[in-house]
Design a protein around this ligand. Structure first.
Ligand code: ZN
Length: 438
């Protein structure tokens, strides 16, 4: 009798997968453990040595300027693994406020092909360009800015570039379901030119980009006036409350904090810092889920000048944030695709909340789904019910008017997808009434 019960339990375990949701996945643990402080430090030091990485390319030489830096980044990425497909991604830029003559803005891209869902991509990016801003009579002098020899840009943003490159090195030792794209963007300081070009082309080509994590300025954890960030990192995401970008921010908080006990992800429900921009923004605007990972302790007096140097950054902090980004990125790349949800219904009783969903091309290792619930004013999911391999769920006596409902797919290893929530499609706002009728 005992044997029969045990056999039945084993059969049930096999059917439900080996691991439950919220358990740690060995590949993700290995990525987190594989990030090396020595490697992160060496990348930042090397990028510092180019003197300036200003995108106009006025400062140039065998080991100076942005073109030399770009060649080094590409060679370095190639050396990590033959499985990384490394290429330059050029975008034409016209003469403008911060571009002194027509030129090309060149991103460096490394692709790690996915095993089971190669056409679905998850992206991590950080801009490798830098700038020593020269202001004359209250205006940026583009010519003078471009010719400054010292724009080391270590915190902004050799730190984020080091995160992207170190994750390329570590993650290319493993296999993932989805394709991972590691990007060093250029032209950020000229108006997000490299990221904008990439995002618009990706949108035009209908690439299936599930997420972009933009890592920008993760070098310092003490502000210029001595305030400590400790183990805290800020993650910015654009509106509305249940945008894909915000779902990605919640995902990073959940996953990074699960794998790094010491890390605190401070989600900021705003597109970016006031009056400032980043490379995630063009992706968010094209409708992709995109977030910015950044320190809460910027050293404002050392930005965009000759003082943004290696001796001012914290290598342990940069490495910790790199591990946190690596955990979220690995989890996304191993997870099933997020389900597609149908409009919420009230059921035959008209007093219930009925949610329906489906997975497009369901994965072979798909185990089931979790339904998530929260009040409309809550920042994070409050309840989660694992419902197994079903395509609908009814919450008895729950009014769809009072809650937000979401669903995510879970694979046999317990790795969870991004949450898809149901929200009403955006209607034209009342303030648009005065604009001409369309
Ligand atoms: Zn930056």
């Amino acid at each position: 009798m005992r044997t029969i019960v045990l056999t039945m339990m084993l059969a049930a375990t096999a059917a439900w997968g080996q691991r439950l949701p919220k358990s740690a996945h060995p590949t993700i643990e290995q990525v987190v453990a594989g990030v090396s402080e020595e490697r992160v430090a060496a990348i930042m030091k090397k990028l510092e040595s180019f003197g300036s990485r200003e995108s106009n390319g006025v400062v140039a030489g065998p080991n100076k300027g942005i073109a030399a830096a770009r060649d080094w980044i590409a060679a370095e990425l190639k050396s990590y693994s033959p499985r990384l497909e490394v290429s330059f991604d050029p975008h034409p830029a016209k003469k403008g406020a911060r571009v002194i003559k027509d030129t090309e803005i060149v991103n460096v891209v490394a692709v790690l092909k996915g095993k089971t869902q190669p056409d679905v991509q998850v992206l991590v990016g950080g801009h490798y360009d830098s700038m020593h801003m020269v202001v004359k009579e209250g205006k940026l002098d583009a010519e003078a800015t471009a010719s400054q020899e010292h724009a080391e840009g270590v915190a902004d943003n050799a730190s984020g570039t080091a995160c992207v490159m170190e994750l390329a090195r570590v993650m290319s030792q493993y296999e993932f379901d989805k394709t991972i794209v590691f990007i060093a963007f250029a032209g950020e300081e000229q108006g997000l030119l490299g990221a904008g070009g990439y995002a618009r082309r990706a949108s035009k080509e209908k690439r299936r980009i599930e997420a972009l994590i933009n890592v920008d300025t993760i070098g310092t954890n003490v502000t210029g006036n001595g305030l400590q960030a400790g183990q805290r990192v800020n993650v910015y995401s654009g509106d509305p409350m249940d945008s894909g970008s915000r779902a990605l921010a919640r995902y990073m908080k959940e996953v990074s904090e699960r794998y790094l006990g010491e890390m605190i992800v401070n989600t900021v429900f705003r597109p970016d810092r006031f009056g400032r921009g980043g490379d995630h923004t063009p992706f968010h605007e094209e409708g992709f889920a995109a977030i910015r990972v950044t320190t809460p302790a910027e050293q404002l007096e050392n930005q965009h000048n000759e003082r943004d140097t290696f001796d001012r950054v914290s290598v342990p902090y940069t490495a910790m944030v790199t591990r946190g980004v690596g955990a979220a990125l690995s989890s996304l790349a191993l997870a099933p695709k997020p389900p597609v949800v149908s409009p919420l219904q009230r059921g035959t009783s008209r007093y219930d909340a009925v949610m329906r969903w489906k997975s497009e091309e369901p994965e072979a290792d798909l185990a089931g789904y979790s339904v998530l619930v929260r009040s409309t004013t809550a920042p994070y999911w409050e309840r989660e019910v694992y419902v197994g391999k079903h395509d609908n769920f009814t919450l008895k006596n729950v009014s769809i008017d009072e809650v937000v409902l979401g669903v995510r797919a879970v694979d046999a290893d317990g790795v969870e997808s991004l949450v898809t929530s149901w929200t009403l499609p955006q209607r034209r706002s009342f303030t648009a009434a005065t604009s001409p009728a369309r």
